[in-house]
Design a protein around this ligand. Sequence first.
Ligand code: URA
Length: 433
Amino acid sequence: MLPAEIIRKKRDGSILSSGEIEEFIGGYVSGEIPDYQASALLMAIFFNGMTPEETAIMTRTMMNSGRTYDLSSDRPLIDKHSTGGVGDKVSLILAPLAAACGLGVPMVSGRGLGHTGGTLDKLESIPGFNVHLTPDEFKKQLTKLGVAMLGQSDDFVPADKKMYALRDVTGTVECIPLLCSSILSKKAASGARGVVMDVKCGSGAFMADIEGARALAHGLTATGKALDLPVRAVITDMSQPLGAAVGNANEVIESIDCLRGDGPADLREITLELTAEMLLLGELESDISTAKEKAAAALDDGKALDIFRKMIEWQGGDVSIVDNPQRLPCDYETVEFLSESDGYMNVTNCRDIGLAALALGAGRRKSSDSIDPAVGLTMLARAGDRISKGQPLVNIHHRAGNGIEECRSYLDSALTVSTDPPLLQRLIIEKIP
Ligand code: URA
């Protein structure tokens, strides 16, 4: 069928057949179908949606567009994915923690784009850390250590690589069938046999409201079911940053604190909850409280930190940063962002906190930009805290003043101190199914 006929069919709200989806995706990956036709189809999908069956076919076609891993392991292979947020460093703690609890974690991660940070950028702030593992290195490390954290190679789900870049510039990222197929094609291709999805909800997330987050969570679990890949979705709060650090190297330092059994309470709570869900999905535990206790013990007795050290060693990084975090890039200058009034702290727009860090150089405006691992923010107060006039709310870590005015203006719009305390959201909002 002509690509234009497939576009027309979806434009008019019809259901595409598996042959049409396969032909279109195959043609796009091979270069026969140009970006302008793929953009038109993405926009038609954005407006008219896809059935669960179409989404599953799309996901399977994307998964099979490149190399897939069929990893044999004694450990249940379970992964976690977050839909992205501000200060979300959970993967850095959870991946070694889940491995310490007996799971195998084949974690293929992405880079930060827009207001959200990326796990690969955070890992790469560790000097020498290599996220480009060969297939053999990946399999060996997963078998011997139980965890590998790496980036997407060119032959890994190439359909998603091309389509994600196109979605990013055509306003078609926030579309449930496209989000589901993008996320789950990569998880299925990496060899995971089950996925815990952290679906973020709030002003710092793709899905700002609970209805959107629920729809995405249901889409992910339904697509997983059609692919025979069990998916458990946990909707969690992203109306303020997770933990205090927003950036790259500073997020690694906060993750190490958490791996030592310390660190911010919200970061520990969410990490334990998601790790416990992974243990249930991998059938290593059958009860959430026991699973959480097991995960907490592995944080507190140093087992998870030990795996983190070994992972850095295996992947060529400087392991001395674990005991000497000042060896991470931290050659920044700091200024304070002060409250102009007395009252209660409120985060009115968490996305703007991510953009404030991006303005300093901690994130990218376009995918070819490089980031500065040292710069970022330290949040000194949380929503609901009592604040006095002149009290520092944020430490801004900048390099030679770069981006500081833009950063301050984003913080002005992100944070307010007012007389009424804000309504606070629960951290763990809902689980599906
Ligand atoms: N993360 C992904 O992997 N894909 C998306 O579409 C959005 C976030």
